[in-house]
Design a protein around this ligand. Structure first.
Ligand code: PLP
Length: 286
């Protein structure tokens, strides 16, 4: 298995602490570098590329079409974690992926009131196999959780449009701020993955990360001072959240090759009135 060298911390934990014990080998590679992915590939042994695009929390972009072609060249599968984009902004199956993973806890549910996940495939036989395993292992949504998720999906499009509108305004604001060293957002034309993102996404989403010019201490201070942006993990709900990945969502990657920068702040931009969000960032940045 080849996984992103900046995979979501929980994904890394699953592979390194659980799946590894079952004999699953993995190698981390920068998935935006096809030569590096090819070098990480062990023909005859590697069965899957697990991609995440955009990645959590560094917002790196992988080229789904190119990774699909590479995986299929070696008779392997391409799985894409599409949690950050949601199906409204990006459809990996249409771009050559074999499996799409969603944390439905996030944009699909949309209201931070349900925990769930989904695998989406286009091959019916493969779908039956996954359903067999799901039934055998018990990873089944309760009826109320399923209902909440279905209700959330009805407003996915309008929510995503608003998440994107608000994120774009916030990116513009942060890009000009002297206490911000850099803004990570695939919609910026300075982002290294911008061209690929523009090819495979209809817009660039509601997740924004930035690096504090004052380092780790300032990053934590900003997280603590924010009020409307609630200090919390998770993402993709209607309310805005702020967090320090190094000490929160990605703590399990500390000390590994997947450790995230300590000066990083991650925002899940919600659907509130954008002027209120900008005012909160203004007071939090100080
Ligand atoms: C990209 C990505 N995939 C998967 C997950 C896991 O989600 P859940 O908490 O619903 O298991 C997360 C959670 O943050 C995520 O960001």
């Amino acid at each position: 298995m080849v996984i992103p060298n900046d995979a979501y911390g929980g994904t890394y934990r699953l592979f390194s602490k659980v799946a590894e014990r079952w004999g699953l080998d993995w190698t981390a590679a920068p998935l935006d570098d096809l030569d590096a992915v090819r070098a990480a590939f062990r023909p005859g042994h590697t069965r899957m590329i697990w991609a995440e695009t955009p990645t959590n929390p560094l917002l790196n972009i992988a080229d789904i079409t190119a990774l699909g072609a590479l995986a299929h060249e070696y008779d392997a599968l391409l799985a894409v974690d599409n949690t950050f984009a949601s199906p409204y902004l990006q459809q990996p199956l249409a771009l050559g992926a074999d499996v799409v993973i969603h944390s439905t806890t996030k944009y699909l549910g949309g209201h931070s009131d349900v925990v769930g996940g989904a695998l989406v495939v286009s091959d019916a036989g493969f779908g039956d196999e996954l359903t067999f395993h799901q039934n055998a292992m018990g990873a089944v949504n309760g009826p109320f959780d399923a209902w909440l998720t279905l209700r959330g999906i009805k407003t996915l499009g309008v929510r995503m449009d608003r998440h994107c509108d608000n994120a774009e305004r916030i990116v513009g604001y942060l890009s000009e701020h002297k206490k911000v060293a850099s803004v990570l957002y695939p919609g910026l034309d300075t982002h290294p993955g911008h061209e690929t993102a523009a090819k495979q996404m209809s817009r660039f989403g509601g997740m924004v990360s930035f690096r504090a010019a004052g380092g780790a201490e300032q990053a934590i201070e900003i997280c603590n001072r924010a009020k409307l942006f609630v200090l919390a993990e998770s993402l993709g709900g209607v309310e805005s959240l702020i967090e320090h990945p190094g000490q929160m969502t990605h703590l399990s990657a500390a000390g590994s090759a997947l450790e995230v920068p300590a000066d990083l702040v991650r925002l899940s931009v919600g659907i509130e009135t954008v002027d209120d969000l900008l005012a909160d960032l203004e007071q939090a940045l100080g």
